[in-house]
Design a protein around this ligand. Structure first.
Ligand code: ACO
Length: 324
């Protein structure tokens, strides 16, 4: 039997309407646009309105991608949604989105791999398609990460934003996704985590203790080193070289981390998709938002090779090398 590949047939995305600039943040914490931009590349972020949920953004991104694909929701046989900020503890946000799309009946589940959530979800969906189990799959990365932000903590509140992106995958006899690499090391939990939850319990602190704890400088160092070996591993797994990659579509956390990965790949920055300036770090939303921007702006063309990568809490890290 000839091999089956998963091919991205269309992309979509959604951002909340409200934009908060670095100048806006200067009014609430002791920071400056100059500090934020020079350390991270961020100029602004989108923030969900009261009552606007991860599922709302995921739904909008999904509709957008399905419309571009010309695929009806009823044709889907799987929905995988990467998020670390689900609407509810259960049902999964994938189930909530499935029902709102009218795709009832297909398999649907969430993946929590923090900022690597979308690339993990893509890797899982790829396996479902390659095994012959699924033919049309919706993969979403969606977050309202700012709900976990402590707006008095300048070290972290300047870094994050909300948003969602989605892709429709289809079984195909040509690549498609060449390879995906997924990894985790729970030994670094204390460098980036949210300390409360259903099983551990909540606290009397504001927002019930739900807030991001991060050792920024340490996270930065591990991220650069890990992404370095991840891109090496991905190229090897696909039997490709740096020069075979047309576009790097990285997780959008920090421009300096992105530049370090581009340098490792010997790629000039004009072959790297950068949206961190406009979106900040939207965790699972970041890679599919950047991908959708790259497709809709006409930068990425059919037949080009894309390297997607992400790194986040866990730690988790993941990549996908594909022909668009
Ligand atoms: N405004 C002004 N000053 C600030 C701010 C702020 N918002 N935040 C911190 N500072 C101060 C610090 O207090 C420190 O002051 P000090 O020197 O008097 O002690 C100074 O700025 C320098 O701080 P550093 O930690 O050395 O700054 P660094 O260059 O490492 O940048 C940053 C910090 C942006 C957090 C960086 O380490 C980073 O991006 N790390 C990765 C974190 C990340 O991306 N996490 C998201 C999830 S994981 C992922 O997606 C990859």
């Amino acid at each position: 039997m000839p091999p089956i590949y998963a091919r991205i047939i269309a992309t979509g995305s959604a951002l909340p309407e409200r934009v908060v600039t670095n100048a806006d943040l200067e009014k609430i914490v002791d920071t400056t646009d100059e500090w934020i931009h020079s350390r991270t590349g961020i100029r602004q972020r989108h923030i969900a309105a009261d009552g606007e949920t991860t599922g709302d953004l995921a739904l909008q991104a999904a509709k957008n991608a399905l419309e571009a694909a010309g695929v009806k929701a009823s044709e889907l046989d799987l929905i995988v949604l990467g998020t670390t900020t689900p609407d509810l503890i259960f049902p999964s946000t994938a189930c909530l989105v499935q029902h709102r799309l009218g795709a009832n009946g297909c398999a649907a589940f969430d993946v929590n791999a923090a900022c690597s959530g979308f690339v993990y979800a893509l890797g899982i969906a790829d396996k479902f398609i390659r095994s012959g189990q699924s033919k049309k799959v919706l993969v979403i990365g969606a977050e309202t990460l700012t709900r976990m932000v402590d707006w008095t903590e300048r070290e972290s509140c300047v870094l994050f934003g909300d948003g969602a992106g989605a892709v429709v995958l289809e079984a195909c006899d040509e690549p498609g996704i060449y390879t995906t690499c997924l990894h985790a090391d729970g030994g670094h939990k204390d460098l980036l985590y949210n300390p409360v939850g259903v099983s551990v319990g909540f606290t009397d602190e504001p927002n019930h203790g739900v807030r991001i704890r991060m050792s920024g400088r340490e996270v930065f160092k591990v991220a650069v080193k890990t992404l370095d070996s991840l891109v090496e591993e991905t190229l090897q797994a696909a039997g490709m070289q740096e020069s075979d990659i047309d576009w790097l579509i990285p997780h959008q956390a920090n421009l300096r981390i992105i530049e370090a990965t581009a340098k490792r790949l010997k790629m000039s920055m004009d072959r790297v998709i950068v949206t961190v300036d406009k979106h900040a770090n939207t965790s699972s939303g970041s890679v599919p938002l950047a991908l959708d921007y790259a497709v809709r702006s006409g930068k990425v063309q059919r037949g080009q090779n894309l390297l997607l990568e992400a790194f986040g809490g866990g730690f988790t890290w993941a990549s996908a090398l594909l022909r668009y």
